[in-house]
Design a protein around this ligand. Structure first.
Ligand SMILES: Cc1ncc(COP(=O)(O)O)c(C=O)c1O
Length: 343
């Protein structure tokens, strides 16, 4: 979650205005107003090529993966996942019976030249979770070529693509796809708040009906009043104003974090993932174990997450995940100063 949007959630006002029809079951693929608003926004902001007819509204990106598994995967299908990766995503695929095949992440993300044939690849190209690598254009194109050769789909999880700080923002992989092989996933968890539980899929035309059918089977549809309120928020321009404000605030916090790391930790750590998103990965160079670091930091009042839990294979070196969107600059500086005493 970034900065809380001011005045967004007037769902009660929406409920008072709602007609009896608005309170009946809605369409499984989502409210037309929200699908339209998202398609316009994605085209403008993320270079996603789509119209509203290809957008399916769901309950957060967790549900996008559940639906993708139901629609596209058979038990035993091989699915490539980045290593490390987000556990929420890998576990939903595993629960669906997918055979997970890890792909090592280097400073630029996964290397498509090394991928075996598979049914799908789940990737976070805009800001690899959790290392923060940004997949360069050449690798994006190579991944699309791999998908074509393997007759696979690429599931692009663009969970925090809205936050980019240096150079040109990297556009979505979906916009580069000419073969209809990318399933694009987005969420409002990072830009509005996670409790909203609204996310979306952009799927190739031929998959709209199967995804809509799967959504209906799961839970009929995502709550309508929230969808209508969110649509109003986006169409009014308030969402993008909120994003600009959040981006500015995150940029200031990110600068404070990087300066504090430079001043207090210096060469003792390597930092990755600072180019976008709202977290960085910190890789201590000393011999201290990740577990000891996390425990000692907690004893000093600094709650940090170790990176090992995100690996399916053994983590080659200790690492820490530092989120900065929920902290003010002085908290960030103080936290890094305390951390420096234990690294
Ligand atoms: C990589 C990644 N994808 C997606 C999500 C968001 O999931 P949801 O939309 O279900 O809240 C997260 C949240 O932490 C995440 O880290």
């Amino acid at each position: 979650m970034a900065v809380l949007p001011s005045g967004i959630f007037h769902t009660r006002r929406g409920a008072r205005r709602a007609s009896a029809r608005d309170l009946d079951y809605g369409p499984p693929e989502g409210a037309p107003s929200l699908r339209e608003a998202i398609a316009d926004y994605l085209h403008r902001a993320r270079a996603v090529v789509c119209d509203a007819a290809r957008v399916v509204i769901v309950n957060g990106s967790q549900q996008t993966l559940d639906l993708t598994a139901r629609v596209l995967l058979d038990r035993g299908d091989r699915v490539i996942v980045e290593d490390p990766q987000y556990q929420g995503a890998r576990e939903v695929l595993r629960a669906a019976g997918a055979r997970l095949q890890t792909a090592t992440v280097d400073r630029e993300g996964i290397d498509p030249a090394k991928l075996p044939k598979a049914r799908a690849a789940l990737v976070t190209p805009s800001h690899q979770f959790p290392t923060g690598a940004i997949l360069p254009l050449a690798r994006r194109l190579a991944l699309l070529q791999w998908a074509k050769r393997s007759r696979a789909v690429v599931i692009e999880d663009d969970y925090d693509g809205e936050f980019h700080y240096e150079g040109q923002p990297v556009e979505s992989m979906q916009g580069l796809d000419t073969e209809g092989r990318v399933i694009y996933i987005g969420t409002f968890s990072r830009t509005v708040f996670p409790a909203l539980r609204i996310g979306y899929l952009v799927v190739p035309k031929a998959l709209v009906d199967p995804f809509t059918g799967a959504k209906w089977l799961c839970d009929r549809h995502t709550p309508t009043l929230e969808q209508e309120t969110l649509a109003e928020f986006i169409v009014s321009g308030a969402y993008e104003r909120h994003l600009r404000r959040a981006r500015r605030k995150n940029a200031v916090r990110r600068r404070a974090l990087l300066e504090a790391i430079r001043d207090h930790l210096g060469d003792r750590v390597e930092v990755t993932g600072e180019g976008s998103g709202a977290h960085v990965a910190l890789w201590p160079r000393g011999r201290i174990s990740e577990e000891t670091l996390v425990t000692r930091a907690a004893e000093c009042g600094v709650a940090i997450t170790g990176i090992s839990q995100y690996f399916l294979r053994a983590n080659p070196r200790p690492g820490l995940l530092l989120g900065y969107a929920r902290l003010c600059e002085s908290q960030i500086r103080e936290g890094i100063m305390r951390l420096a005493a234990v690294v």
